[in-house]
Design a protein around this ligand. Structure first.
Ligand SMILES: *Cc1c(COP(=O)(O)O)cnc(C)c1O
Length: 476
């Protein structure tokens, strides 16, 4: 039997974990970036009978590593261009391990004083980097999804309290309905936040985006005037998921504010361009908004899960979440995370962010942003110029689109769509590069998204070569 109370038990198992982790991370260059094990196989490996008796921790970890084989995709690799997914910076990963070792409950300052302060400082640094007001409040949440929920709960508080309704006390039934005006290019997480908060999907009014993927001032004005008495949230994009489009904040935010609307910005990855002198202009006026979201686990390359919510109206933010109980311990002017977060018990999520920001510094972040944009541009233009391919969207930042053409005579748009999906899956199956698909403006495209700090010119070459081979093998 294993003595589960033996403190010396940490040493062998953590040493094994380190060994396995290094093997995983150092072999990404050689390993396929796609999964190579069938779902049924994976399930049969893990779905053993719930054990009656315990076992040695080292064996647990060794068998875990053996069983995940082929089921871990290469999202930490420099050849992973699917969705918008970053890897992990060394300092951020190490800090995240320590966060688990320290195992603090980051609900309140008293449960983990150092982590509360780290979060306080990391929040201040992020506002500085993004050019947001230092008076804005913030929360470290699981990702932009929960950052939307956090920010929109603050918006709900403020808009309804202006209408004489205490939503925290009375709930939504009987209150004035709130609408959300946005563009057709929004991410689905905004809609989910609206569902979770009880607004419902029908409260979302999507206006068509212009040729550059932006909401235009005239249609926004018209929409705001159409029901001018209704409490309104305007959701703008700082980097949309397909083409990385930025709404013209300095034009749109003053219009929305003139109509009394709350402006919320989805900046899941796009807010990071604030760190780069080359791209910062894309965010002009973004600091005028009322709330913002961003992810650390995408372009900053912290491990999952790490997202940030920022709210200009700190009072509305606190009113939406703060909860005082008799057993909470208040320490001086300490920041209790629970006053700003939807969670109660939670992970000390600020630690990995703090470490990532220190590893890179301002210049390192700017360099990471600009380097990934260069690689995204090269990938899209080089793949798009291969026979049988075309560029659909030339990246302005780190997101672009290409499409594959069915060359048979009389091929239709549907044929090109099918061809595009087929080529994507064939590229992925080579294990050389990972791309995802999307339907953009009614047509299938391959998304090219570069977020990983490790992506280099060799990775770009390998991805282009793999695509060239796939297209060559399919040539008529
Ligand atoms: C990834 C993403 C989201 C969702 O963020 P999560 O961190 O996955 O919750 C929302 N909006 C945009 C633009 C995104 O790229």
């Amino acid at each position: 039997m294993v003595d589960v109370t033996d403190i010396g038990g940490f040493s062998p198992v953590l040493a094994r974990a380190l060994c396995h982790a290094l093997q995983h991370l150092e072999n990404t260059v050689h390993r396929p970036v796609c999964a190579s094990t069938e779902l049924a196989h994976l399930r049969s490996r893990f779905d053993r009978a719930l054990p009656q008796d315990g076992m040695d921790p080292v064996q647990v970890i060794d068998e875990l590593v053996r069983d995940v084989e082929g089921g871990i995709i290469g999202s930490t690799s420099g050849r992973f261009f699917g969705w918008v997914i970053g890897g992990s910076l060394p300092a951020a990963l190490a800090a995240d391990w320590l966060t688990s070792a320290w195992d603090q409950n980051a609900a309140i300052h008293a449960c983990g004083p150092a982590e509360a302060i780290i979060e306080e400082v990391a929040g201040k640094w992020l506002k500085d980097l993004f050019g947001l007001p230092q008076t804005a409040s913030f929360a470290f949440v699981t990702g932009t999804q929960m950052a939307h929920v956090t920010c929109l709960a603050a918006a709900r508080h403020r808009l309804l309290s202006r209408a004489g309704w205490d939503v925290e006390e009375r709930g939504m039934a009987g209150s004035t309905p709130i609408r959300l005006i946005t563009s057709s290019e929004r991410h689905g997480s905004a809609e989910r936040a609206m569902r979770i908060l009880g607004f419902g999907k029908r409260a979302v009014h999507a206006l068509p985006a212009d040729g550059q993927g932006r909401l235009d001032p005239i249609s926004l004005t018209r929409a705001l005037e159409s029901s001018s008495e209704q409490p309104t949230i305007v959701l703008l994009q700082a980097g949309d998921l397909n083409i990385g489009a930025f709404d013209p904040f300095n034009e749109l935010i003053p219009i929305a504010h003139k109509h009394g609307a709350w402006v919320h910005v989805d900046g899941a990855f796009g807010l990071w361009v604030a760190a780069s002198p080359k791209y910062r202009h894309l965010l002009r006026g973004v600091e005028l908004a009322d709330s913002w979201t961003n992810d650390g686990h995408k372009w900053l390359n912290t491990p999952f899960d790490c997202g940030y919510a920022f709210v200009a109206d700190a009072d509305a933010h606190r009113s939406a979440f703060s909860h005082r109980t008799s057993y909470r311990v208040h320490v001086g002017d300490a920041r209790d995370q629970i006053d700003w977060n939807p969670e109660w018990s939670r992970r000390g999520r600020g630690v990995a962010t703090y470490a990532a920001l220190r590893q890179l510094g301002r210049s390192g972040i700017a360099e990471l942003i600009e380097r990934t944009c260069i690689h995204a541009h090269a990938l899209v233009m080089r793949i798009g110029s291969l026979p049988g391919a075309e560029v659909v969207w030339e990246p302005t930042i780190n997101q672009g689109l290409v499409r594959f053409i069915d060359t048979k005579p009389g091929a239709t748009e549907q044929d090109h769509d099918r061809r595009t999906d087929e080529i994507i899956s064939r590229i992925v199956a080579t294990g050389e590069a990972f791309f995802g698909g999307t339907t953009w403006r009614g047509r299938r495209s391959m998304r090219v998204s570069v977020c990983n700090w490790q992506t280099n010119a060799t990775d770009v070459d390998r991805a282009v070569d793999a695509t060239r081979r796939v297209l060559g093998n399919l040539a008529p």
